[in-house]
Structures are given as C-alpha cells and as structure tokens.
Ligand binder design. Sequence first.
Ligand code: ADP
Ligand code: MG
Length: 317
Amino acid sequence: MTMPGAAGPVPSGGAGIRISDVSLTFTGSRTVHVLDKVALDVRPGEVIALIGPNGCGKSTLLRVLGGLIGADEGSVSIDGTPVTGPDPRMGLVFQEARLLAWRTAEQNVRFPMELAGWSRERQEARSSDLLGLVGLREFAKAKPSTLSGGTRQRVAIARALALEPRVLLMDEPFSALDALTRERFNAELLRLWERTGTTIVIVTHSIPEAVFLADRVVVMSPRPGHVVAEIPVELPRPRRAADLDSAFVSHVAAEVRRHLVDTTDDRIAMGEDRTASVAPSKPGHAAPGAAPARVLHPDTDPGTPAWFDPFRPEDEA
Ligand SMILES: Nc1ncnc2c1ncn2[C@@H]1O[C@H](COP(=O)(O)OP(=O)(O)O)[C@@H](O)[C@H]1O
Ligand SMILES: [Mg+2]
C-alpha cells in the first residue's frame, strides 16, 4: 500500500518476535542477575513500548534481541529463525545518534549498505528514499556537527532502516530531545511505521509516549528484570495526538503507572541488592572479584544504576 504523497521506500513489513524465557547474569566485580525468564511474543508489525525503572534490564533485553549479547538461558527468534548474533533483520537506534563525524548525513545513511556490499546504484536509490522518508533531503550533504540533535537522530533512524530491517529496536531514542521536538518525533515515528510496517520495540521512560506509540505497553520490574504487566492500548490507528480520546489515554496511563508504582518498593528505594545473595556463581562464570567474563561494547555499560531514583512519571517531573 502506498500512502498518497509519500516519498518512496519499499516497505519492509514487520517480523514476529518470540522471546522465550530469556535469563542473563553479568559476572565480574559483582554478580548482577539482570534478566529472569523474560518471555514476550510480538506480532508482526506490532509496536511495543518497554517501560520500567532504571536498571531493570531494558537495554540489556534490547541487546539480547538485537543479537549483540547472548542470553545465558532461553532464546530469541525472529519469524521463527533464532537470533544468534548481530542480525541484519533488525535496525538499532540509541539515545545518541552515534553518527560518523567525518561523513555527511547521506554517507552515514549509506554506511550499512556499503558494509553489506550493495551496488552504488542501489545505495543511492535507497538513501535518497530514506532521506525523503525522514524529511532530510536538504541536509543530505551536511556533516553531523552542523545538525541539531533532533536532525542527527533522524539520520540515525534513516541509517537504522537502511538494510530494510523487519524490526526496529529503539533504546530511549527521543530522551535527549526537548519536549516539543519529542512530540513531533513521536508523530513522525508513527507515520514512518505506517509507511514501513516494521515491528518496533521502543524503550521509553515516558508514559504518554508509550501510550501514544504502542499497541502494548510492557512494564518491567528489576532485580532481576522481568515482565510484570502487558497493557494493551486499544486506540485506533492512524493515531494523531490531537485525535486521541484523552479519557481513554489517562485510563491506560494510570494502569501503566499502577504497575510501575508496584515496582518502586522499599528494596529499590533503599538501594539494597537482592541479587547479591540470591544469584549463585554458576559453573563457567567468574567468581566475584575476578575480571569481567563478558567484554562488551563500551556503550553498553551504563555505569552505576540509579537505584535511588526510581521511575518518576513525567508529568510529576
Ligand atoms: N556490561 C555490563 N556489565 C555488568 N553489568 C551490567 C552491564 N550492562 C548492564 N549491567 C547491569 O545490568 C542491569 C540492567 O542494566 P540495563 O539493561 O542498562 O538497565 P535499563 O536499561 O533498564 O536501565 C544494571 O544493574 C546494570 O548495572
Ligand atoms: Mg537503558
């Protein structure tokens, strides 16, 4: 289906995702049981918002989904095929755009296509379509340093779509943007979704964002990270912010908040580490005090989690 006036890219369609009892423990100077039997089925083309307190394992789950780290137990599959490593069927977008500074916007979008060995012609056609899709044609030749944060993030989204992924994994992609830009990006993401049909899993700290975007809001709770609620958002599409039935939106938001409130218990507020006494060292895992068993991309280590700063609904911030 082609939308009237739309700019061109071939819709990739969405893939179904099956997350089966994924568990993961980081070992190193301390043992952190991050994910505990996380299970979730995502329908092809569905939009899932993942929400939960800091440190509950949302980014880790996204990385397992994207094949960047392997689970200790359980499995992830995309349309029935297991994910065993970085997977071209998935596009990733992070909070920071992470563009290559010496390349123009267009060259950044083309980078994955170059790595994949696409012909020059195919690269040009695809990058032109994608720059049109994210409204960036006029910035094609601009270097990242000359672009605003929002525009850089658009380039990152276009780049994530480069190889026609069937799933878009987004880790707090709009958190660094100001409130108005963020609203605009939410609406744009939905328009982009209408064009591509890509399955989307988006991590967010914003309840309104989650409710506006998602077909289902999945609430996670920490220590160890697990799914505590899946709240369907039965709002018709296409959604436009102005058309939303505010009573229904508030009702869903309250439901999400109720589950989040349940997770901000005393253990978290006090910063007590339940996993320290619960998670035994498994054979093959490093003993406490030993060098970290996993070597990850530096960007994946979030540093000290803010246990003392449990999730706060945005409208109270
Ligand atoms: N590479 C790593 N090594 C050790 N611990 C990690 C690593 N990455 C994340 N963690 C820990 O795993 C927990 C979950 O982190 P993360 O998935 O980033 O949570 P969230 O995205 O929900 O804030 C935190 O306690 C964090 O410190
Ligand atoms: Mg995170």
